[in-house]
Design a protein around this ligand. Structure first.
Ligand SMILES: CC(C)(COP(=O)(O)OP(=O)(O)OC[C@H]1O[C@@H](n2cnc3c(N)ncnc32)[C@H](O)[C@@H]1OP(=O)(O)O)[C@@H](O)C(=O)NCCC(=O)NCCS
Length: 141
């Protein structure tokens, strides 16, 4: 099940992010921006919480901010479900475009995004503390 993130999820989501990205994790204050207008923060759950994802929407531009899946649940379709859900809500944007940044060294994430039709449009040096990032884009139709 995919549902909206709630206040009670914030500490768990930050903890998972710190586990997955020790040098660039979201803080709890930043995570609370989840509840601002234009933000879509979601949680995948099946008995327990399996992962979360975040998107910011401004005008016709949707920006995927994060997708985190619990290590024990990776490779089982959770990331795909989260991305599918974000893209479904972004498709309501007329002539919309979806963008994201992904580490050039993150093969699983790059494969996931390419599978969903994202293509690398540029590279930002030093975007993450230890790697460059690809800027990836997808037209929404
Ligand atoms: C990247 C991540 C979100 C993918 O989520 P997931 O639930 O593991 O992925 P899924 O099971 O839905 O797999 C979807 C596709 O992703 C790619 N993928 C997933 N795991 C992969 C791996 N270990 N190696 C290569 N490709 C992989 C494949 O293209 C896969 O499609 P396939 O099953 O048809 O081969 C997840 O591994 C994760 O949380 N990683 C750590 C955090 C992270 O890097 N987030 C992305 C930040 S940009």
């Amino acid at each position: 099940m995919i549902r909206k993130m709630e206040e009670r999820d914030v500490a768990w989501a930050c903890e998972l992010d710190a586990l997955l990205f020790p040098d660039a994790a979201w803080g709890e204050e930043e995570m609370r921006e989840a509840f601002l207008p234009g933000r879509r923060f979601i949680v995948a759950e099946k008995g327990e919480r399996l992962g979360w994802a975040a998107m910011d929407v401004r005008g016709a531009r949707a920006h995927i901010l994060s997708i985190d899946v619990e290590p024990r649940s990776q490779g089982q379709g959770v990331g795909s479900s989260l991305l599918f859900s974000l893209l479904s809500s972004a498709r309501k944007l007329e002539k919309g475009r979806c963008v994201l940044e992904a580490s050039c060294s993150n093969a699983p994430a790059l494969a996931l995004y390419e599978k969903f039709g994202f293509r690398a449009k540029g590279r930002v040096r030093g975007y993450y503390p230890s790697s460059d990032a690809f800027i990836m884009e997808k037209d929404l139709d």
